[in-house]
Design a protein around this ligand. Structure first.
Ligand code: ATP
Ligand code: MG
Length: 383
């Protein structure tokens, strides 16, 4: 049977006059994701991916599943527009033996079709009950809804819906700069902003020889995983050894963590500005470690000259891990390579830093000079 992939979207509908901009972007993004394997177009509030000759429909669905803005996906069989053909398609195409209860829903977009929707539903329901005597009809909480859409080009028949990632189409929400470490949190934070439609660059601080080449490769691997959702990203790699060594030599030990975070933040903001990004994103979660207390966040934010988003702020580690597993970054994140943050951390960092005290410590180093140097030495990799 000929098949087609139907793609439904949700929140975009709320966008009023800008709606078509979001829809067009979504069509473009899906087309980009599936390449030549399908032709993507819009008709009414549904998008269609029409598989090319010989294309693997499963593969198309896997690709559409990663496009933000897609709420759900259905794989439909197309048959002739008459009750017998539709009933036969429902029996053969939908794996009804997997379910115990069902209901049929019919939409009649083609108003020339002689039967009303409830009549079609009743007829198809009857045929299914006859073919699968174990089934019962449950109109309130069916295990599966058998959908029939009668359209100009034929009748579409489908069963279970496949969940998409939701969110907004990439490219509709501006650009951000993700502070990407090798940990579990920051890739998840990046994913959450990407899901709201941002494109992104990432910045990674590394401290050779204290951090290894393998640690850097791991971060690039994480960026590649994120890039599958965002369509690509530039990773700015900032050498941070000298900066850390100077702070270690000259500043009070208990202030090192917060001083380092302030310097990272300023470098990230400067690189964001240069790349046309309007905000910085981190994987911080309130209370998780010493640098993630309210006081520490306030002292770090005091040196940021653009918004800093922390989408994980209210999430528990367990919740973060479950998203990391979903987006497939977890296994890479837990590879045991060192991060520059963990190498220079003091045993007893200040958990309630005061801005005035931190500024005194910061005055002991040439912060401006170190920041300038770091930016000059930054390299980038496109993934
Ligand atoms: P993660 O799991 O993301 O590494 P974490 O729980 O280890 O986070 P921290 O090490 O305190 O927490 O880092 C907090 C945030 O600061 C990270 O989520 C990330 O956004 C940023 N960050 C930390 N280290 C680096 C780094 N080497 N390069 C870029 N950003 C970093
Ligand atoms: Mg970390």
């Amino acid at each position: 049977m000929k098949e087609i992939v139907l793609i439904k979207y949700g929140e975009i509908i709320l966008k009023g006059l800008n709606r078509h901009i979001f829809e067009d972007k979504l069509v473009k993004n899906i087309q980009h994701a599936v390449g030549k394997t399908a032709k993507v177009y819009k008709s009414r509030a549904t998008l269609y991916a029409e598989p090319s000759e010989g294309a693997d429909v499963d593969e198309i669905i896997q690709k559409v599943k990663r496009v933000f803005g897609v709420v759900y996906i259905v794989r439909a069989g197309i048959c002739e527009k008459n009750i017998d053909a539709i009933g036969k398609a429902a029996i053969e195409y939908i794996p009804m033996d997997q379910y115990k209860s069902f209901k049929v829903e019919t939409k009649r977009a083609d108003k020339t079709f002689p039967k009303a929707s409830p009549e079609v539903s009743a007829a198809i329901g009857g045929m299914l009950l006859e073919a699968f005597p174990h089934l019962t009809v449950d109109v309130h909480a069916p295990e599966v809804v058998v959908s029939v859409e009668i359209r100009e080009g034929g009748a579409y028949v489908y069963g279970a819906k496949i969940k998409g990632p939701g969110g907004m189409p990439t490219g509709t929400a501006g650009k951000v700069m993700l502070m990407l470490s090798g940990g579990i949190d920051s890739p998840v934070a990046g994913y959450m902003l990407a899901r709201r439609g941002t494109v992104m660059d990432a910045v990674h601080f590394f401290s050779p020889p204290f951090t290894s080449e393998k640690a850097k490769e791991k971060v690039l691997d994480l960026a590649r995983i994120l890039a599958k959702y965002t369509g690509g990203m530039r990773v700015h790699i900032v050498p941070f050894t000298e900066q850390q060594l100077q702070m270690k030599a000259k500043c009070p030990t208990e202030h090192l963590t917060i001083l380092m975070r302030r310097m990272m933040m300023r470098i990230a903001c400067a690189l964001a500005e240069k790349s046309g990004a309007g905000a910085v994103v981190t994987g911080e979660s309130l209370g998780q470690v010493a640098s993630q207390t309210l006081e520490a966040i306030a002292v770090t934010d005091a040196c940021a000259d653009m918004p800093c988003f922390r989408p994980l702020i209210g999430m528990d580690k367990e919740d973060i891990i479950s998203v990391a597993r979903e987006i497939d970054s977890y296994e890479t994140s837990i590879l045991p390579y060192e991060d520059c943050c963990t190498i220079f951390v003091p045993k007893h960092p200040a958990t309630k830093p005061k801005l005035s005290k931190i500024l005194e410590s910061e005055a002991l180093i040439d912060a401006e000079g170190l920041i300038k140097k770091a930016i000059e030495e930054t390299e980038y990799v496109d993934v």
